[in-house]
Design a protein around this ligand. Structure first.
Ligand code: TYD
Length: 136
């Protein structure tokens, strides 16, 4: 996979004077069936999360509240996506290195994935990741 496979998904936005509403459901808005959802919150200033790639796991990352940057690297180049709207989903396919940083106060990152949690899915050594990514 390369950074060209990464994209922003525009989630539905139902505008209403009472407050807006967005949603996703299997599998209309996302390019995979959701198996797991987790969220990251209460991130102290200056901290980073992530810092790994997945062997075979796709995900969509949404800034449900506040803002943060998602730094992506396919082993050749790096790209930063600043997320700050709850109706934008950042689609990240497998084998892309990513970390989240620059969290605002009260930032809430929601991550929907197509796989159950499995520690064996993680690639945590960036040099090794780069080597494997550049073999293709
Ligand atoms: P980890 O994936 O290492 O966090 P980060 O993406 O910031 O590197 O996860 C931190 C801990 O939470 C680790 O002990 C595994 C656990 N965890 C689960 O049990 N289930 C999950 O779905 C996730 C994402 C993490």
């Amino acid at each position: 996979m390369s950074l060209q496979d990464v994209r922003i998904i525009n989630l539905p936005k139902v505008l209403d004077d009472r407050g807006n509403l967005s949603f996703f459901q299997n599998s209309d808005q996302l390019p995979f069936e959701i198996k797991r959802v987790y969220w990251i919150y209460d991130v102290p200033g200056g901290e980073q999360r992530g810092g790994h790639a997945y062997k075979d796991l796709q995900e969509v990352i949404i800034a449900l509240s506040g803002s943060f940057d998602v730094v992506l690297n396919d082993g050749r180049q790096e790209k930063v996506f600043s997320l700050n709207r709850s109706y934008y989903g950042l689609y990240v396919p497998q084998k892309i290195w990513r970390h989240l940083e620059n969290f605002s106060t009260n930032a809430l990152a929601l991550i929907a994935t197509d796989a159950f949690y499995d520690a064996d899915q993680y690639m945590r050594d960036f040099d090794l990741f780069k080597q494997v990514a550049n073999e293709k």
